[in-house]
Ligand binder design. Structure first.
Ligand SMILES: Cc1cc2nc3c(=O)[nH]c(=O)nc-3n(C[C@H](O)[C@H](O)[C@H](O)COP(=O)(O)OP(=O)(O)OC[C@H]3O[C@@H](n4cnc5c(N)ncnc54)[C@H](O)[C@@H]3O)c2cc1C
Length: 482
């Protein structure tokens, strides 16, 4: 089991003298901006010269030989420092921490300045976790272009029900959580200067940065009606009117290939069928088309069977293992040349990463992290949620990633907590118009093997987005959460 250990020290009082020493994920890294004299290591190293200082040993591994720290400057290893051993790695890191410290314990100094970027699920869970764990050891700045957190899961109800979009004003949230709100868009991260730059011309310093800016939806199916949020829910409402009046008689719900979160489309199909049943509209032909081998197969066999049953009870034809490519000329065109005839098609978008300037990302723009949420092995930059390379783009997962990262930051701030690697559990509440179905599975490498499906709540409060701290907060502040 991977464990991590954190020691922080200060020389002088200003935050510019703060440094961090952490053993995380089998590595020891040292960062800061003061001068140190690790006499045990028989050398003097200016911390601002160091990009990384790591020891290739596992935490808890017995080190009988004298371990060596490798200091990396400007890309390659440039200095080897012998540490007096033997000992367990956490004891060694204690020794290093002690030899570096003139005054150990960050709580004597200024609070750790944490910038959280985003105004969605990951950002809010991160802020709540930080405040709960680190309390006054952190000052938190939340940067978001939107002034409101919108509760996106209930967009599926938009075509069927009147009422305002559920959510909470970020000013209220920030006041509740003791954070400073900056309404702006981050355009660039300068990891060397530890600053984020915004579209509004701001330059914000951070000691620790957590980026949860979400994914970017892009239409994946030419010709299909997109469904993604409250606005596109309005668009679907017009189509529902056509079906209700009998002006259209067939509709295909099409999950595109690639990175998508398909669950809302299942809900839309089930709610549409129920709506037409309620109106007594007979003869409408609804088809659900998905590249998945089984419906919502990521939740495991039992859950797929429950979802397939719900579709069948509403008379929705299910076509699995089929990848829709486009809708045109009255047909949904599938990979391999097959077609499904329909008057219309509705689809969820494919997701791309934010490709935020200054942070490394993959070809699709997603930010890669280690199991603690660190970006590119940096100890002070974290990412969480749909913006990351984690393959499942779901709010509960975003919240768990955010909690993981925020716990690591709280430890850096001196809170008595131990960072733990992400062990993702996928929880979803599927709306069906009848009793909702609660789905749960533990994910290994982004895939579930076995899972539970139940008409009774598998978690509490039974919110659609599940977050350790966020669920309770949403239940208290948002009128409707499921
Ligand atoms: C219709 C629908 C229904 C869903 N239902 C569920 C559900 O029932 N349960 C569930 O768990 N998940 C659900 N999801 C998925 C869930 O909404 C996402 O996985 C989740 O919101 C991801 O959280 P996040 O914080 O990563 O990103 P988001 O919640 O998308 O938040 C990103 C935030 O970052 C801000 N931002 C973007 N760029 C910048 C920038 N450059 N600088 C500063 N801020 C920026 C945005 O304004 C936004 O506030 C659903 C998704 C959809 C589309």
């Amino acid at each position: 089991m991977t464990r991590s250990y954190t020691a922080l020290w200060r020389e002088g009082d200003g935050p510019e003298h703060a440094g961090g020493l952490e053993v995380a994920f089998g590595h020891l890294s040292l960062e800061g901006r003061t001068r140190i004299d690790p006499t045990a290591a028989r050398t003097r190293v200016a911390l601002d010269e160091i990009e990384a200082l790591r020891i290739e040993r596992s935490v808890g591994e017995r080190m009988d030989a004298r371990p060596t720290l490798v200091v990396t400057r400007g890309g390659g290893p440039s200095l080897r420092i012998a540490i007096p051993g033997p000992g367990l790695l956490h004891e060694v890191s204690d020794a290093i921490g002690a030899s570096l410290a003139t005054r150990v314990r960050p709580e004597r100094g200024a609070p750790l300045s944490v910038v959280v970027v985003g105004g969605g699920v990951g950002a809010l869970e991160a802020v709540l976790t930080l405040r709960a764990l680190a309390q006054e050891r952190v000052s938190i700045t939340l940067v978001s272009p939107s002034t409101r957190f919108v509760y996106r899961p209930l967009a599926v109800k938009r075509p069927f029900e009147a009422g305002p979009e559920p959510g909470v004003d970020l000013a209220l949230f920030a006041a509740d959580a003791g954070a400073r709100l900056v309404t702006d868009t981050v355009v660039d991260v300068d990891v060397t200067a530890r600053r984020v730059h915004t579209a509004g011309g701001r330059s914000l310093h951070y000691d620790a940065l957590l980026v949860s800016v979400g994914a970017r939806p892009e239409p994946a199916l030419p010709g299909a009606i997109p469904f993604w949020d409250w606005g596109t829910g309005n668009g679907f409402r017009a189509l529902l009117g056509e079906l209700s009046r009998g002006e259209s008689t067939s509709l295909a719900f099409a999950v595109p290939g690639g990175t998508v979160w398909p669950l809302p489309l299942y809900e839309l199909a089930l709610l549409t069928a129920a709506h037409l049943d309620d109106l007594g509209v007979a003869g409408a032909r609804l088809t659900f088309v998905t590249p998945e081998a089984e419906p919502l197969g990521i939740f495991g066999r039992e859950s797929s069977a429950a979802v397939a049953g719900a579709l069948a009870r509403r008379g929705i034809r299910l076509l699995t293992g089929a990848t829709p490519l486009a809708f045109r000329d009255g047909a949904l065109h599938l990979a391999g040349g097959r077609r499904v005839t329909a008057d219309h098609a509705a689809s969820v978008p494919r997701l791309r990463g934010p490709a935020l300037a200054g942070l490394p990302h993959d070809a699709a723009g997603f930010i890669s992290t280690d199991p603690y949420g660190h970006v590119d092995a940096r100890l002070d930059v974290f990412a969480a949620g749909d913006a990351t390379t984690f393959p499942v783009k779901q709010g509960g997962i975003a919240a768990q990633q955010a909690e993981t990262a925020a716990t690591a930051i709280a430890a850096q701030a001196g809170a008595p907590v131990r960072p733990e690697p992400l062990e993702p559990v996928l929880r979803a509440l599927l709306l069906t118009a009848d009793a909702p179905i609660f789905l749960r599975t533990e994910l290994e490498g982004g895939r579930g093997e076995t899972g539970d499906a139940s008409a009774d709540p598998l978690w509490w409060p039974p919110t659609k987005v599940v977050g350790h701290h966020l669920s309770g907060y949403l239940a208290s502040r948002v009128r409707q959460v499921a």
